[in-house]
Design a protein around this ligand. Structure first.
Ligand code: SF4
Length: 452
């Protein structure tokens, strides 16, 4: 460097020692490096690395990278030493507050190409009735009818069809309580045989413990709907006898023990549907989950219908923020407490997301994620159960394969996309909400997409 480059004649000092002739001053049109900025002394790098082995590793969270064996190299180290990834973002284990459609891009591509794709996932009720009466229950707006359930043959035929057409998972999550349908256990085993993942959301009270092993062996998850951590809260929120709280705790605890003994990978969790009546139960339930040894507690918003029939005021969630944060702080490496913040905080967002106004204008999600009512009737989504215009077929009278491959099924999906105003016709926070946002972005590309 000559004097022309460094008119001040001042020499710079880098962190690793004297760096000769570093320009230090501002000149019109040129911003030059200042002395306060560390400058790499590359000669020193070889000394830093001398004798230190490095290897391509996969860390405990599954992230892959070339990591130096001595983690102290990362602590307080200046930048530009290139010590390898330091893995500060733990892998999100379940992604409960989001979606996983990006892991099924083959199906997304087929849909973009106009193919009649099978749903990736189906949520289905197995019954249209329940043995509790939770005060937040969305099913009360879905015409529950005592004694109605999917017949065993229809259910097993449906599961076989799911395997044949490429449905990847079925959640026994729907209007009625799934354990009240005795075919639940055989359907779960069959799903395992035909390569369809299953999971279940249950109040747990009627869980047949003599068949629990079959569920643990074949289900990806068993989630208990529990919105209380005390017997008093349980009675208030679930409108069930206090002794049922003890029964439920016993069953969950026993299931956790059997899972551990059998080395099953099935995840066991609790789900709290948050309403003001259970704000005082948040910490008690987080503690209970830890005591029972479940894998997680997820706390979610209460879904309400387009007519707001459950009377949920999403503004109320503001009062629970501190309790929710305290509950999340109870997480350990083996026990996750997670709040679905994006839904809980919907009311605090911009006008665009208040009162059910969505971040997209068209629902494209239903071909990827369908829902079936506990009476066997197929609809594009749970909030549209009983809306005859959107009825797609009944697994008691038609095979599911025929339904999915038929013209009518696709005309209903088209009707959804063309006729539904998601901002006013839809339940608040429906199941397809997360994937709808992703698909909307896909369908509405900005300009200059090559500049990624
Ligand atoms: S956005 Fe509307 S139509 Fe689409 S799945 Fe949700 S509730 Fe159903």
């Amino acid at each position: 460097m000559d004097d022309h480059d460094n008119p001040s004649g001042v020499e710079g000092k880098g962190e690793g020692g004297a760096i000769d002739s570093v320009p230090l001053v501002y000149r019109p049109g040129h911003k030059l490096r200042q002395a306060s900025q560390a400058i790499v002394d590359r000669k020193k790098l070889s000394e830093v690395y001398a004798g230190r082995e490095s290897a391509l590793q996969v860390n405990s969270e599954g992230a892959e990278g070339r990591q130096r064996h001595d983690p102290s190299l990362h602590e307080g180290a200046p930048p530009n030493l290139f010590t390898g990834p330091s893995f500060r973002n733990p892998r999100e284990r379940y992604r409960m507050d989001g979606h996983k459609l990006m892991y099924h891009l083959d199906r997304v591509l087929a849909w973009q190409n106009g193919e009649r794709i099978a749903p990736i996932h189906i949520d289905m009720g197995l019954t249209k009735f329940c043995n509790t009466a939770c005060i937040y229950c969305y099913a009360v707006v879905q015409n529950m009818s005592r004694g109605t359930m999917i017949a065993r043959d229809a259910l097993l035929g449906f599961i076989r069809d799911c395997g044949a057409i490429g449905v990847r998972s079925v959640g026994f999550i729907g209007d009625g309580e799934p354990t009240l349908n005795p075919a639940l256990y055989d359907a779960t085993v069959l799903a395992g045989q035909v390569g369809v993942d299953t999971g279940m959301a249950t109040n747990g009270l009627a869980l047949d413990m003599s068949r629990a092993e079959e569920l643990l062996e074949n289900m990806s998850f068993i989630r208990f709907n529990l919105s209380a951590g005390t017997a008093k809260g349980f009675t208030r929120v679930h409108q069930s006898a206090g002794q049922n709280f003890d029964l439920l705790k016993e069953k969950i605890g026993e299931l956790v023990q059997r899972k551990r003994r059998g080395g099953h990978s099935c995840t066991i969790g609790l789900q709290m549907v948050l309403i003001p009546e259970c704000f005082s139960e948040i910490l008690a339930e987080a503690e209970l989950g830890a005591k029972l040894g479940v894998d997680y507690l997820v706390i979610k918003q209460c879904a309400d219908s387009e007519y707001k029939e459950l009377g949920v005021d999403y503004g109320d969630y503001g009062q629970a923020q501190e309790l929710l944060r305290q509950a999340e702080a109870m997480s350990t490496p083996d026990y996750l407490v997670q709040v679905k913040w994006s839904k809980i905080n919907a009311a605090t967002e911009t006008n665009l997301y208040r009162n059910g106004i969505r971040k997209y204008d068209i629902c494209y999600g239903t071909p990827f994620l369908s829902q079936i009512s506990g009476n066997g009737r197929v609809y594009p989504c749970g909030p549209f159960y009983n809306k005859e215009r959107f009825f797609m077929g009944d697994i008691h009278t038609q095979s599911f394969k025929e339904i999915v491959q038929g013209d009518h099924y696709w005309s209903v999906h088209r009707d959804i996309a063309e006729s539904v105003d998601v901002h006013k016709d839809c339940a608040i926070g429906c199941r397809q909400d997360y994937i709808n946002k992703f698909l909307w972005d896909l369908k509405m590309p900005p300009e200059h997409v090559n500049f990624i």
